[in-house]
Write a protein that binds this ligand. Sequence first.
Ligand SMILES: *[C@@H]1O[C@H](CO)[C@@H](O)[C@H](O)[C@H]1NC(C)=O
Ligand SMILES: *[C@@H]1O[C@H](CO)[C@@H](O)[C@H](O)[C@H]1NC(C)=O
Ligand SMILES: *[C@@H]1O[C@H](CO)[C@@H](O)[C@H](O)[C@H]1NC(C)=O
Ligand SMILES: *[C@@H]1O[C@H](CO)[C@@H](O)[C@H](O)[C@H]1NC(C)=O
Ligand SMILES: *[C@@H]1O[C@H](CO)[C@@H](O)[C@H](O)[C@H]1NC(C)=O
Ligand SMILES: *[C@@H]1O[C@H](CO)[C@@H](O)[C@H](O)[C@H]1NC(C)=O
Ligand SMILES: *[C@@H]1O[C@H](CO)[C@@H](O)[C@H](O)[C@H]1NC(C)=O
Ligand SMILES: *[C@@H]1O[C@H](CO)[C@@H](O)[C@H](O)[C@H]1NC(C)=O
Length: 435
Amino acid sequence: MSLHQLLLSLFLLLSSTISTAAATVAVSPVSPPSSDLSPSSSPTPKLPSPSPISTGTLDPKQQTALDSLNIPTPKDPCAPRPHPSFAATCDSSAPFRLLLSLSLSNCSDDVALTSTALKSLSTLTSLSFLNCPIPIVRLPTELALNLRSFTSINSLKKLTGVWLSRLENVTELTVSESSITASGPSIILSNMRFLHSFTLSHANLSGFLPKHWHPNLTVVDLSGNSLKGEIPLSLTRLENLVHLNLSSNSLDDTIPSTIGDLSSLQSLSLGSNSLSGPIPESLAELSGLTHLDLGSNQLNGTIPSFIRDMKSLKYLNLERNSFHGVLPFNETFIKKLEVLKVGENSNLCYNRSTFGSKLKLGIAPCDKHGFPLSPPPAKDSSSDDSSDNTDENDYGDVEEKKHHGPSKIVLGVAIGLSSIVFLIVFLILLSRCCK
Ligand SMILES: *[C@@H]1O[C@H](CO)[C@@H](O)[C@H](O)[C@H]1NC(C)=O
Ligand SMILES: *[C@@H]1O[C@H](CO)[C@@H](O)[C@H](O)[C@H]1NC(C)=O
Ligand SMILES: *[C@@H]1O[C@H](CO)[C@@H](O)[C@H](O)[C@H]1NC(C)=O
Ligand SMILES: *[C@@H]1O[C@H](CO)[C@@H](O)[C@H](O)[C@H]1NC(C)=O
Ligand SMILES: *[C@@H]1O[C@H](CO)[C@@H](O)[C@H](O)[C@H]1NC(C)=O
Ligand SMILES: *[C@@H]1O[C@H](CO)[C@@H](O)[C@H](O)[C@H]1NC(C)=O
Ligand SMILES: *[C@@H]1O[C@H](CO)[C@@H](O)[C@H](O)[C@H]1NC(C)=O
Ligand SMILES: *[C@@H]1O[C@H](CO)[C@@H](O)[C@H](O)[C@H]1NC(C)=O
């Protein structure tokens, strides 16, 4: 066999190996999700663990009240057994135990919630409804004052601010995906002196943000309503606030320059409002921020460079605003983020010499004066690898790298190794046949 023939066969072998590998690459993104299909079997919300003493049975009056609700209940409501639509905890009093918490989910239409039943259940400190679209009933005063935690998610119908405002001793209030009739959140909040966590989201609330806030609040989520007006300075005095979500409202004016006083803040969402003006300098003081969403507003000015020094940041959304100038980030910073959205800021651009050019950010590269080069990204991305996706899903590229990076490396090594093995076998066979 001549050297020429040897080289030709080697070439054929290698190319077939590569095409097999390419087929594997094409298939690989499909297979990983299958691991996500593993059954997740904990839909019931976690409640404070019940007392270990389980000798007594439930108070007969409370048992009658539960029965009258017309919900499927377990034989022993105090038993800590998982049930698809019912969860409760009881105290350890004798001879009869009393209910401390009750959580109803996925109710059918024939649930009969009555004031009388609730009156018998006034020992409850926690009451929650999940997917139980039943009409509200008058809340007995004793129960209203006893509750520490109240939750209604896609549940109680015809909720009003007045009804909720009677829950004076709650520390946690969550109403989501249920419409509330009220002049605004203030009336609900004003009597709740012990409130720590305040969530009224997707509740069709209108009016203005409250001017008075309880200093111990750690969570404020009023997202997905129709709240208007400015963000009050009083809100920025909440030193214990960890999570603030005011996104998807109609808030306007500027972001308060005192926003940096929220020294415990980890998550700030002000997206999808009508906020204008610059990103305040004081934001630099929020060093614990992991989530920053200012997208879909009318913010302007340049993107401040202190953002790249926020060590904990994982999610950054500045898209759909009027920012201009050079994006002050480098590739190291962008790779550290899980989500980055900066697209649809028509005067924002990135410095070509800072980036390896592979990242699609949905903005144009800068000219040497720091203005966007026209024509915008489409031309630039044509030099990128195969993905012909003109849909500017900015951070898509970053995420893709994260998800498929390791498997590509593994594949590469596998392809390399198998080619070497093939080559050795081939050479051995070759040397035998040519002897
Ligand atoms: C309620 O029903 C939904 C879908 O019908 C299901 O995904 C969920 O796990 C159920 N919730 C509970 C607590 O069983
Ligand atoms: C709840 O608050 C009221 C006044 O708002 C107070 O009188 C009462 O002691 C509190 N109830 C409980 C059980 O802490
Ligand atoms: C939302 O509130 C408006 C008034 O602010 C009212 O007209 C409308 O019916 C409410 N929508 C729902 C679903 O309750
Ligand atoms: C805030 O919490 C602290 C400790 O948890 C408590 O001492 C203080 O009284 C609370 N303040 C208010 C206004 O509830
Ligand atoms: C803020 O609220 C919006 C709308 O309810 C929601 O999509 C988003 O996930 C929330 N942000 C955080 C950080 O929880
Ligand atoms: C930002 O917008 C405001 C009006 O909303 C305008 O007064 C201001 O000059 C703008 N600043 C910059 C830097 O474009
Ligand atoms: C990227 O910027 C960070 C500061 O945010 C800096 O520490 C790092 O050295 C820069 N990396 C490169 C490759 O320039
Ligand atoms: C882009 O980066 C290079 C190198 O860091 C720098 O010399 C140049 O001035 C930058 N261009 C712009 C427009 O900021």
